[in-house]
Design a protein around this ligand. Sequence first.
Ligand SMILES: O=C(O)C1=C[C@@H](OP(=O)(O)O)[C@@H](O)[C@H](O)C1
Ligand SMILES: C=C(OP(=O)(O)O)C(=O)O
Length: 464
Amino acid sequence: MDHSNIHEPDREARSPWSRYNDSESVEISPPSLPMNADITVPGSKSMTNRALLMAALAKGTSRLAGILQSDDSHWCMSALRELGVAVELEGDTAVVHGAVGSWPNRSGSLYVGSAGTVARFLPAALMAAASGTWRLRGSSRMSERPLAPLLDALAGQGAEIAYDGTRGCLPFTLRSSGLSGGEAVLPGAVSSQFISGLLLAAPYARKPLTIRIDGPVVQRDYVEMTIDMMKSFGVEPIVADEGRTIVVEPGIYSGRSLALEPDVSTCSYFWALAALTNGRVRIHGIHSNTRQPDIEILNVLERMGCTVTKSGDAIEVIGTERLRGGCTISMKTWSDQTLTIAALAPFADGPVTLTDAAHIRHHECDRLAAICQELRKLGIRVEEHPDGLTVHPGVPQPALLDPHDDHRMAMALSLIGAKVAGVRIADPGCVSKTCPDYFDRLRELGVAVVFEERPDAISAHGTE
Ligand SMILES: O=C(O)C1=C[C@@H](OP(=O)(O)O)[C@@H](O)[C@H](O)C1
Ligand SMILES: C=C(OP(=O)(O)O)C(=O)O
């Protein structure tokens, strides 16, 4: 199998929780029996990294139960430890001893991996301290992803930022003299994370901080999640002007005990598996009234002919013989699932058009270009649009697929392998950004999963 055209992953961004890194590819084949499973899913990435950061800024000790253990949360914890915050793990509970907004280590080098939630949340949090100088770096892709609007707002708050290379990008050195407060303007069209990042640090400004949001916000629910979680840590942002203005008064987070929700973005792959294989998957511990926007997948699966049952704290999806297509779906508020729906779409009975997702070209890869490229390798007819794509019904042919070092590309493409034989996915280790044991979980559901080792991994093991 020729691997020469596969994107070379940035292995430095893989945490100690990453798996499958000795594997060059994984072959996925359909289950021999209909899927019939009750499962649980690890904690939300978005909630884990928000909670860790607020707990680190808080007064007192926090116990965060059900945290995600993946690359993105690893780099968050590792940066906090580098800042001198005590973060201990007791199983999947993180115990964080808050530093009350004054980082014990006033200088150092911080690595954010490929995590948008660390790259966009940490710079503002550093400025909670009245002084300090830190160098920040990230993976090669994170160093290309947009940060300028946030960093410009921080410069307006008093940060001195010296860029190693491109202005507005990692790596850079940030010198803090505290957040001045007053007004900051942030755009919402490229990433909601700029707004969440400044909000999380805002209580530590010297004066009230008013964030004015310029234009519509992509994935606005993540901003609402930030506000909800700030309230649960004892700070009450005031939202005005139909959501365009958010005011945060000076304050201090209070350490607390918190049980985090399962990651709904990860749940979506398992519900999608049930949908596609005409099986049944029930996920425990999740409510449909969550703030996590990817819960919208349930409405779309229902529209495509699946049966969704919400009972107590479990949500079950039962699939269908043939998914219904012939629809246009806006992905604006739940864009992380664009790839999942695109992977289901070839099996629908009519074309599926996904729109309003131009900003995902700035995610772990240019996701619109990447999914079109990989679906075409399978012989599927696809049209790429500036803000989305149209996928036509077809029968996927055997192919080696490139996940473009993107966890969601790998997880979404694996769904196709669970329906038709002959799908191989290169670099299976990339799933560790949010779900390090994803392929083991697939196997437990009856999907056939066979790894192919990397030639250099074999030589590293000698003749074993
Ligand atoms: O704040 C968050 O936790 C997230 C916000 C979204 O990013 P953008 O708003 O940058 O698209 C989402 O895609 C990401 O997975 C998590
Ligand atoms: C866009 C994503 O991540 P990040 O938090 O790095 O933006 C994602 O997980 O799909």
